[in-house]
Structures are given as structure tokens and as C-alpha cells.
Design a protein. Sequence first.
Length: 223
Amino acid sequence: MTNRARRAPRQAEAERNDRALLDAARAVLAVDGAHASVAAIAARAGVGIGSLYRRYRTKEELFQRLCEIALDEYLQAAEEGLAQLDPWAGLAHYVTTAIELGAGSLAPIAGTIEVTEGMAEKNRRSDEAVEALVERAHAAGVLRRDVTAVDIALLIEQLAKSPLLEQLARQGRTDLTEAARNARERINAIALDGLRATAGRPLPGHPPGYELFSQRWAPPAGG
């Protein structure tokens, strides 16, 4: 057996472990937030803590990688939306896909990890694609004029978490999972329709600024 042939199974196992770690980290973060522990992540992934630290030197490095993957997913969803000819269908695709990705569960670690150059660049590209989706929908007259890209980002963050599904999962109530998913889809559809240009009264207050995101990821003063 050649060295390459020997490495192949080990490399495949390492990749499976890495995927399991990243999936576990996202799941634990969704429940435990910034208090998510390395032990809980490793246990959910079915690997030892040593395996985790062989792949990621620190918990921060693991979370940074998780953020990069989430930003790649957001960008892909936005680009898929832009590829659709119908402006509303493209925007709706981005919103529903981003909600299903559940990347909003990363919000609790904002300000607890360093934003790497890679994260910043991916975030810039994702923001530009979403802004293009919003501008196109506004130009076509299908998105209400008082809705901004930040409004949409905040909506996605809110809807990406499902307290009902999380509670049922903790209770082991798999018999209610399908009904809960159906209810979640209805809520998402109601929220999405609220973005349409045909919606009723104007939104209250003033448009939120992007600092709601950028300042959250800055380390606290004196920290």
C-alpha cells in the first residue's frame, strides 16, 4: 500500500470529524450561546477534546472558522438570489435560505472573538450582494421603500432561531417536530409578506444603522 493510499482513509476521517465538530459547535452555540464549552461541542460531535484541539488550537479559532463558513453560506444564498430574474423571488430566496441556515445563532459570540481579515472580507462581499438584492427589489417596486438591508439582516437573525423547535428537541418530542416546522414556515411566510411593497402602514421609528452589527463584533471597552 502506498503512502498516499494510507493517508486517504485518515484524511477522510479527519474531514468527517471536522464537519462533525463544526455542526456540533453551531448546534451548541444555538442553545448555550457564548457560554458554549469545548467539552460540550466535542461530546456532541462524538470526538475527544484532544481531536478538537488537534484541529483548532483554541475555541476562538473554532468559532472564527464557523463564522467564515456562515459568511460563505450567506454570500452563496445572496448570489443565488441575484441569479434569479424575478427581483422578489431572488430576495425571498435569500431570506428563506438564510433563515434555514440558522447563521443567526452565531450572534451570541459577537464581541467575544477577534474578527479576522478573512471574516471581514467575506462579510464585505456578503453585504454587497445583499445590498444589490435590496436595491434591485426597490427599483422593481416589489420591496417596501422603508425596508433596508439591515432590517432584513435583523429579521433573519430573529427568525433563524426557533424556541419552539429547540424546546421540543430538549424534551425529545419528535412527535411534534413536523407540526412545529410547519408552524415555523407559516411564521416565516407571514414575515416575508410584510416586506412586500403592498404592505400597510409605514414602519415605526427610523431605519437601523449598520453599527448594530459592526459594534457588536468590536471587543468591549477595556476588555
